[in-house]
Design a protein around this ligand. Structure first.
Ligand code: ADP
Ligand code: MG
Length: 234
């Protein structure tokens, strides 16, 4: 893996600071170094910084809270999508701080992400973990509710070949969402397989990386992009 050193450095740095997790911007850096596409984003500390970042990225943008203590940002009001102006950023900024303070009062807030708003597609999840019993494992599932409610996922020991990645995709009940459903186009299966292979390789090769999850990976007719990521160390 060509960026192995860079990823190891990032993990080691976080670890030496006593951090048990990589927050979204750090986990996305691991993905980027693993050659998995992520949206353009900037980390900011205040409203002025957010507006400046939005202007350089271009509206509409997504605003997200950064906290090692928050696993599901949107559940505590920590994600605002489709913001179109400085005024909207100002409004959502204060709402977000209030909301998070109410819902998750002990969470340490490290800053905010201002991110390019990417187009709609099919949302899938790819997770990778070093399992105590099985060792490095990679998981695939179709988006959100299907995973959380129906446990519609498939697993393989990592690393995996492209063929295994395709098998993993075809094993979940939600597979038709990707191959074309009610007249929709087939999505970019090759790009999904590629992301599965890469994530599996990263969990297998990087010491100190315990879990790395993309939730969701948005899949298009052409290409994929990881809009959320999180990692645990240990
Ligand atoms: P959570 O911590 O709640 O999982 P996410 O970062 O996954 O937060 O954001 C919640 C949802 O918002 C995502 O599942 C996705 O549908 C949407 N979303 C997040 N980031 C973007 C983005 N950059 N562009 C478009 N949609 C996004
Ligand atoms: Mg998410």
């Amino acid at each position: 893996m060509k960026n192995r050193r860079g990823i190891e450095r990032l993990v080691k740095e976080a670890f030496s600071l006593g951090r048990p997790v990589l927050v979204e911007p750090e986990a996305k850096e691991v993905l980027r170094l693993s050659s998995i596409q992520v949206p353009r984003f900037k980390v900011v500390k205040d409203v002025a910084g957010a507006i400046e970042a939005a202007e350089s990225i271009g509206y509409p943008i997504v605003l997200k809270i950064i906290s090692p203590d928050i696993v599901h940002k949107s559940e505590v009001g920590g994600v605002a999508v489709g913001l179109n102006s400085a005024k909207e950023i100002e409004e959502h900024w204060s709402q977000m701080i209030l909301g998070v303070a109410m819902e998750s009062p002990l969470a340490m807030i490290e800053g905010f992400i201002v991110e390019e708003m990417v187009g709609k597609g099919v949302e899938v999840i790819i997770g990778a973990i070093k399992d105590e019993q099985f060792g490095p494992v990679v998981m695939f599932g179709t988006g959100g509710v299907a995973v959380e409610l129906m446990k519609d996922v498939s697993f393989r020991l990592a690393p995996v070949t492209r063929e295994e990645a395709f098998e993993m995709m075809s094993e979940v009940k939600g597979f038709p969402l990707l191959t074309g459903f009610r007249g929709s186009h087939s999505k970019d299966l090759e790009a999904v397989a590629d992301a599965i292979v890469k994530l599996a390789k990263t969990i297998d090769e990087i010491d100190g990386l315990k879990e790395l999850e993309i939730n969701p990976l948005i899949v298009y007719d052409k290409g994929v992009v990881a809009v959320d990521a999180r990692a645990t160390l240990g």
